[in-house]
Design a protein. Structure first.
Lengths: 339, 409
């Protein structure tokens, strides 16, 4: 690991040409593919399927951006990153956008010089324990051994939570989520903690999911979203508005099925017309074609479709929309107007 | 020889001589290499200076004073998540030294035993040791660390079997002798519990160690001067244990033994050897032990056979021949490569993160780096720490090497 961090630093030094100046868009267009940083594998969020094609909720963001910028959702090079290597990969220019359940925090936004382009999943940190442990609340975990994925905000939240509640614990830091799960299943730790969405995703993959319970406490706010390098506002706008386009599409009822039809002629909803490029010049304001949002929606579907297909109720992961519903449905998703 | 075969010529210097004349050729190539090296470093440094991220953030070590915010499981000195990154770094450094020291000691013991036994006349033992050496030497140490960690997590009894069931009945397993428990969350062992007068016991223990050395010196003097052989092992053991026990008893047991006791989730009290430490320690020991075994074998084979035969002719037993005649001479060959093995162990401890052992790479080069984003500063500090450790170990071992080296007068 030392080596990869070191290489990352060298890469950070070596790829100085990429960076502050506003040229990520032209770089991506010249290259013809989007370099997108994802996890090393979290079911439902980013994982290669049986054919080796990356699938998932975060992957959909990458594909949508590729469709918007290049017109081709398959023109994405996926770069698996760990909790530790992800920021170096983005800062060095190895990847153009990081879509890897990364929590939007103050210091990452300011001190680490990144820009979060929005929130694609409102999450919170939770705990999973074996049902046989007989624990029904996180406040009963005093003295427990806890597996954590090292290099994440969960590590800090956990320390804060136990300190504030005057409890002790034995941390078992582990490099990747899948290794943590193996250790947890082997009983090397009593508790596994990470974002609730990931807990649900991992639990769905267990042989006996019912033997494990996710405790009711949510100990942190974990707004997850894609992020880009600080200092390239054009590229930042493109990623931000692609995500907004997916959210707005759900609000206005544009789906991957009806998007072609809606984009073929102006509808009677001007917001949809501007979104899909049949009215106004929104695309060219960002240096893209006017069909950018149409391409993105046609490629992956609207936010609701992406959610349902990868992590929704009907999948093995089975997450409810909760906070991630449209504001009209009592959730927090709210895309600013396309005007 | 070729350098000598060129007769010096009377004619003056020509540019083509820089390539064709062996007297100048080496300078030419060295100069080219030097220029390339300078250019290479210059390019890297120039990139670092022009790096947009670095230019905005600058190089700044003040983050070391900020609260770390994360917890560390193995704490040789007290620490909580509100302490600074600097303290977390120091804990990581101490943890690195702990596992490096433990692994050096056990690797040396293993290596010497395996190296000597590999030269044994017993065919089975000889071949067993050859298998050990070849098996461990030829598989990367990271693989061994992970194998041992995984095996430990899956073969040791789960700690749940030691827990008191909720209906209050007896747990499936109990402590061995009421003191030890090997579980998949670590090995729990008793701990010495120092009360107020504990320092007296510690002083007595130190005095006993000094006493052992005195006894050994006395025994040697008796042997050399009067030819009387005194036992060394049993009296030493007695000197070491008896005074401590008597004084402890007389003072009303200020130093007690604290046994692990089952709490809600795991044993509390006592001392915990974590699976990460055990697997790292064990893996580094057996891996490097295989290399040391080869060094030892080479060292022994380097001692002329006549030495062994001469010693045997004087009537020395095989064990004595090894310890009095062969090993002291073999040490001169063994020590220099042994130094590099110790350095290897120290550097290989940086693989600790694979099993979540919180060494220097895990704290400073891992969590601190990741939470503060100060990659360049952390890596520079990391290099400084490892360089210091390695040079210190080299220095100490070189002093020892000089003491066993052949004295040339």
């Amino acid at each position: 690991m030392k080596k990869s961090v070191f290489l990352g630093t060298v890469a950070a030094a070596g790829l100085a040409a990429v960076g502050a100046s506003a040229q990520t868009l032209s770089d991506v267009q010249e290259r013809g593919t989007l370099n997108c940083g994802v996890t090393t594998g979290v079911p439902g969020f980013a994982e290669p399927d049986a054919d080796g094609v990356w699938q998932g909720f975060d992957v959909a963001v990458c594909r949508a951006v590729a469709a918007a910028v290049l017109g081709d959702p398959t023109a994405v090079t996926f770069v698996p990153t760990t909790g530790k290597t992800r920021f170096t990969a983005l800062a060095s220019g190895e990847i153009d956008v990081l879509a890897r359940n990364t929590t939007w925090t103050f210091s990452r936004d300011t001190d680490l010089k990144f820009d979060f382009t929005g929130i694609n999943y409102y999450d919170g940190q939770g705990f999973m324990v074996p049902a046989s442990l007989g624990v029904s609340s996180a406040t009963e975990l005093d003295g427990a051994t806890i597996c954590i994925q090292t290099g994440t905000t969960t590590e800090l939240n956990l320390a804060d939570y136990f300190r504030v509640n005057n409890m002790s614990y034995e941390p078992v830091p582990i490099e990747t989520g899948s290794e943590s799960v193996q250790q947890y299943l082997a009983g090397a730790c009593d508790v596994y903690t990470t974002d609730r969405s990931a807990l649900a995703a991992q639990r769905a993959g267990f042989a006996n999911p019912d033997d494990h319970v996710i405790l009711p406490e949510t100990i942190s706010k974990e707004p997850l979203g894609p992020l880009v390098r600080h200092g390239d506002s054009e590229w930042f706008d493109i990623v931000k508005w692609t995500l907004n386009a997916l959210i707005a599409a759900e609000e206005y009822g544009v789906t991957s099925e009806n998007v072609e039809e809606m984009a073929s002629a102006p509808t009677d909803n001007p917001e949809i017309n501007r979104l899909l490029g049949t009215e106004g010049e929104l695309g060219s304001m960002m240096g893209l074609e006017n069909s950018w949002a149409k391409n993105a929606i046609a490629a992956v579907g609207n936010y609701g479709e992406v959610f349902d297909e990868n992590i929704g109720d009907d999948t093995a992961i089975g997450l409810a929309r909760g906070l991630n519903a449209q504001y009209t449905e009592g959730g927090l998703l709210y895309a600013p107007p396309f005007r | 020889m070729t350098t000598m075969s060129d007769p010096p010529r009377a004619d003056g210097f020509r540019v083509s001589k820089l390539i064709n004349d062996t007297r100048y050729r080496s300078y030419t190539f060295q100069f080219i290499a030097l220029v390339l090296l300078i250019l290479g470093f210059g390019w890297l440094i120039n990139n670092a200076i022009n790096n947009p991220v670095l230019r905005e953030a600058g190089i700044d070590f003040t983050f070391l004073q900020a609260p770390a915010g994360y917890d560390i499981n193995q704490q040789p000195i007290s620490y909580d998540s509100q302490d600074t990154h600097l303290r977390a770094t120091i804990i990581g450094a101490i943890n690195t030294l702990i596992v490096a020291f433990l692994a050096c000691v056990t690797a040396t013991i293993l290596g010497v035993i395996a190296g000597v036994l590999r030269l044994s006349n017993n065919w089975i033992i000889k071949k067993l040791m050859a298998v050990y050496v070849e098996l461990f030497r030829n598989i990367p140490v990271l693989i061994w660390i992970i194998i041992i960690f995984t095996v430990a997590a899956n073969t040791f009894p789960p700690i749940s079997e030691f827990r008191i069931p909720r209906d209050g009945s007896d747990p499936e397993r109990g402590l061995l002798f009421g003191m030890f428990a090997a579980t998949n969350q670590g090995v729990f062992i008793p701990r010495l519990d120092f009360a107020e007068q504990g320092w007296i016991i510690a002083a007595v223990a130190l005095a006993s160690v000094a006493g052992v050395f005195c006894w050994r010196a006395f025994a040697r003097k008796e042997l050399y001067e009067k030819g009387r052989e005194l036992p060394v092992f049993w009296p030493s053991l007695l000197i070491l244990i008896l005074p401590v026990v008597i004084v402890n008893f007389a003072l009303g047991s200020p130093v007690g033994i604290e046994n692990p006791e089952m709490g809600r989730f795991r044993f509390e009290g006592g001392f915990l050897l974590r699976p990460s430490l055990i697997s790292l320690w064990f893996a580094l020991s057996v891996y490097t032990g295989a290399f040391i075994a080869e060094n030892v074998r080479a060292g022994i084979l380097a001692v002329s056979k006549g030495q062994t035969e001469a010693a045997a002719a004087l009537g020395l037993r095989p064990g004595r021949i090894m310890s009095l005649v062969v090993l002291p001479q073999a040490l001169r060959v063994i020590i220099p490569p042994l130094i590099s093995q110790y350095l290897n162990i120290t550097k290989n401890t940086s693989l600790a993160i694979a099993v979540g052992y919180m060494d220097l790479t895990g704290t400073l080069g891992g969590i601190t780096l990741n939470q503060t984003g100060r990659a360049l500063e952390c890596i520079l500090l990391l290099m400084l720490f490892y360089l210091t450790f390695s040079l210190a170990i080299s220095a100490i071992m070189n002093i020892y090497n000089r003491s066993v080296a052949l004295k040339e007068r």
